[in-house]
Design a protein. Sequence first.
Length: 291
Amino acid sequence: MIITTCGNSQKIALRVARQLQALYSPLTISSFPDGDIYLKYNVEVKDKVVVIIHSFQPHPNQSLYQVIFAAETAQDLGAKKVILVAPYLAFMRQDKRFHLGEAISSRIMAKHLNSCLDKIITIDPHLHRYKSLKDIFTIPATCLTANELVAQYIQKHFRQAVIIGPDAESYQWAKAVAKTIGAEATVLQKKRYSSRKVEVEMVYHLEMKGKDVAIVDDIISTGHTIAEAAKKAKKLGAKTVTAIGIHGLFVEDAIVKLKKAGVDRIVTTDCIEHNTNKIDVADLLVKELKK
């Protein structure tokens, strides 16, 4: 087995390779003078299982092209099998045509990966309208979850945490984490009083005064949803508020926004490399790749 990467997820790739006692050899990727991609394997891949470990952040568009080039090159060089491990799989949120003329990005991405991979493994993809990855992938597709790892982190660092899902889509993660550690969980929903006055309210009322609150979500992007949840928790007397995300994108000054909203600590898995990474997913990937 050969573990490689297009540049993202190098730390995870190296840890996975060490645990599997596999050869780790990152790809050489650069550009020709005119900007065209140049990609090269630095070891013999013929008759080998090639595992490309590459998160689609940062630079999701570039990442998709690099993975396609890497996978097709491995196939052309005679690799026995080509597996993509994408700790964060981009393009999944555009899962329908919301407005006339839009591209359904998730289906286009999957169509290209179906043509050049033998298998894909990812962690907590944004499955909203799709029931599973099988709805768009024709190749074997494994969906892992970091819920247990998040639960272990909360159990280790909090004496008695209250878990919040900041919106309906995130509640599945919050509920699963809470169930694992026997904690209470609730979800917030927007309550509109007028065109300009909107508040978030708890669907299931929980006492938060003097307690540590963990807001759990699959993706922290702009941070707006979690910021609103944090303000609500602090208003209800929460002692501390921690934002925990599986995938930390942190766009549009999200970190600043969260701090201003009263978030005391921000924690993410290392699915996307960031200085908020506190939860390691390498063991989760190793276990799957050993199967």
